[in-house]
Design a binder for this molecule. Sequence first.
Ligand SMILES: [Zn+2]
Length: 219
Amino acid sequence: MTFSIDLNGKLTLPLKAVESVTIAPKHGWAGRVKAGQYLKLTDPRGRQCGDLWAFNAEDPDEHLSAMHTRVWVNRLCPAPGESFHSNHRRPILQLAADTCGTHDLLTASCDEHRYRLYGVQESHRSCAGNLREVMEPFLGTTRFYVPQPFNVFANVPIGADGSVLNGPAPSKPGDYIVVKAWIDVIVAISACPQEFNPITGWYPTELLVDIMEPTEALA
Ligand SMILES: [Zn+2]
């Protein structure tokens, strides 16, 4: 499988997948993405958001930081060509391609406490729980601080009055983003199990991940 991304409308870079994974509905995945590799995250059915985290593979105390990114790009979420920054104030992932255009970098991931507030008495999968599950092989523990995620395909409109809402999930079947790793990272993604608001279209489904490499050097 090859895939071409448009780099700021100037260059086209052909990519080929070196690893492809289907993240089951309501579950998570984590894997290593080397510096210079790309990760494509696809919503095959549409209306499914995914929470994405990135940690420095050599030092997981450094991670993609929403608050450090916002002050760097001077907007709520990076536009294609712009980079997410880490809590060490350096670029960690670049948003290289985006067919959806609507994402959120403000809100916390869902967690067990959120579902308890919905009145769910039994255990319920959550994005924070998925992160703990998939990062345990890399960190050796499930007890760690959960950074604020990049909520891919999440629609959180900000009103002129400062209101923050949960809008209907905007992605169409086949929508994707592509991010480039600036350093070796562990990327973790949760196919959000949220069925109590329209962020997943009320019905959680799967997400597709491709780790990709350029097939040729840029001229
Ligand atoms: Zn979630």
